[in-house]
Structures are given as C-alpha cells and as structure tokens.
Write a protein that binds this ligand. Structure first.
Ligand code: ATP
Ligand code: ZN
Length: 210
C-alpha cells in the first residue's frame, strides 16, 4: 500500500483531494482524521502540515506527498520532486516600502530583509552577489518594515493586495512555485509500480482538464 501525505488544511488541501478523487480513487474524508484508506486503490492518505511533508517523505514515513515547490526547495529536498501538478501557483517576491527608492537588487546590499524562506532568498541573493541580513520569521512577514524590523521582505504574493495594504511594492520575483508530487527515493519495486499507475492517472486528469 502507498502512503500519500497531503496538507491537512490550507491552500493545497482541496485541490489535492480533488486530484486524487479525479483519479478515480474513492475514500471517506473527515476533517478530524489524521489518515484515511482508499476503498478502490491501495492508497493511504495522511493529513499533515505542509512544512512536515518533505521531511516525512525523505524519511519514508510517507512514500509520496503533495506540497508546494516553495516548501520543498526551502526544506532543501528538491530531489524528491517527480512532477508538477499545475495548481497552487504562486510566486515568492521581494517587496520594499512604496516610498523607498529601488533600482535593482544591488540596492538591498547590507539591508535587513524579513522572510520565511531564508534558503531560497539566500541563494537568489548569492547568485547576484548581494549580501544582506536575512531575518527569518514564520508569519506576518509583510508587517516587518512598518515595525522597523526590516527594510524589505520576501514572501509569497498572489494578488498583491496584502502588499498594498502594508504600504509595500513588489520589486523582484525570486521564485515561481506550483504544487508538486514528491516521492521517497528508495521505494520498493511494488510501490514503484503503484506510483506509475497513479502518475498515469494524474497525467490523464491533467490532459482532460486542458
Ligand atoms: P500549514 O498549516 O499546513 O503549515 P501554511 O499556512 O503554511 O499551512 P498555506 O497558506 O495553506 O500554508 O499555503 C500552502 C501552500 O500553498 C504554500 O506553501 C504555497 O505553495 C501555496 N500558496 C500559498 N499562497 C498561495 C496563493 N495565494 N495562491 C496559490 N497558492 C498559494
Ligand atoms: Zn506551512
């Protein structure tokens, strides 16, 4: 039996469940349960916080997972990705106070930047030869400039209205993300075979959606 980890409740949850259902896999879902077994495919679904999914798949607690590429890359486990799923598209961007001058990323040298993505931002800045002070905070990143914690932020942007509401403007796209299917790298031959069946169905679903 394959164990697939998905986000328990959040922006990935509904689309992940829909994808599994559209693959013709039936299961009872309940918001209280931590796991559920499919009735017509050898699959068990685990409901977890998205941040925990890459580590559990790496360790083999789960065989497969559905998670945002942003979380996967930030966890330092990009090698687990097997295919993009085309939903939960978003971007990680740098933003500065609207009134602040900004010409290029070099302007961020020596500045304080608040983010929940120090690894992704760190390598982006390093590739551009910029050294800045990264402050890792786990939530409400966009308020950091207004409370004097940082001169810039790097966070997930979808509409831009959160940025606007906090007096910020987006200046660089650091990373583009979508939900991805990830897999443990030491699956047994039996599990690999089941994974192939699952991927085949997922690809058919995506073709049908287009
Ligand atoms: P958890 O409680 O599981 O830790 P979370 O609060 O960290 O959840 P969510 O806000 O539910 O995470 O976002 C999950 C993922 O959805 C993000 O890591 C990202 O890949 C994607 N995502 C985030 N914001 C958006 C958005 N506005 N539009 C589309 N996808 C998004
Ligand atoms: Zn999370």
């Amino acid at each position: 039996m394959l164990r697939l980890a998905i986000q328990k409740s959040g922006r990935l949850s509904e689309d992940s469940l829909n994808l599994i259902r559209e693959c013709g896999i039936s299961f009872l879902s309940s918001s209280y349960k931590l796991k559920t077994e499919a009735t017509n495919f050898p699959l068990e679904i685990l409901y977890l916080r998205d941040d925990d999914i890459p580590g559990y798949v790496q360790d083999g607690v789960a065989d497969l997972g559905i998670v945002g590429q942003n979380v996967l890359v930030e966890a330092g486990l990009p090698q687990l990705e097997i295919e993009g799923l085309g939903f939960s598209k978003c971007r990680l961007s740098l933003a500065v106070p609207r009134a602040a001058g900004y010409d290029s990323v070099a302007d961020l040298s020596g500045k304080n930047i608040a983010t929940s993505y120090p690894r992704i931002l760190g390598s982006y800045l390093q590739e551009r030869g910029v050294t800045a002070n990264l402050h890792t905070i786990s939530g409400s990143v966009e308020i950091a400039p207004s409370i004097g914690l940082a001169e810039a932020i790097c966070d997930i942007v979808s509409s831009g209205s959160t940025l606007l509401g906090n007096g910020l403007r987006e200046v660089e796209t650091v990373f583009r993300s979508e939900a991805v299917l990830i897999a443990n790298q030491q699956l047994s031959a039996e599990k690999k075979e089941l994974l192939e069946q699952l991927q085949f169905r997922m690809q058919a679903v995506r073709r049908a959606r287009r």
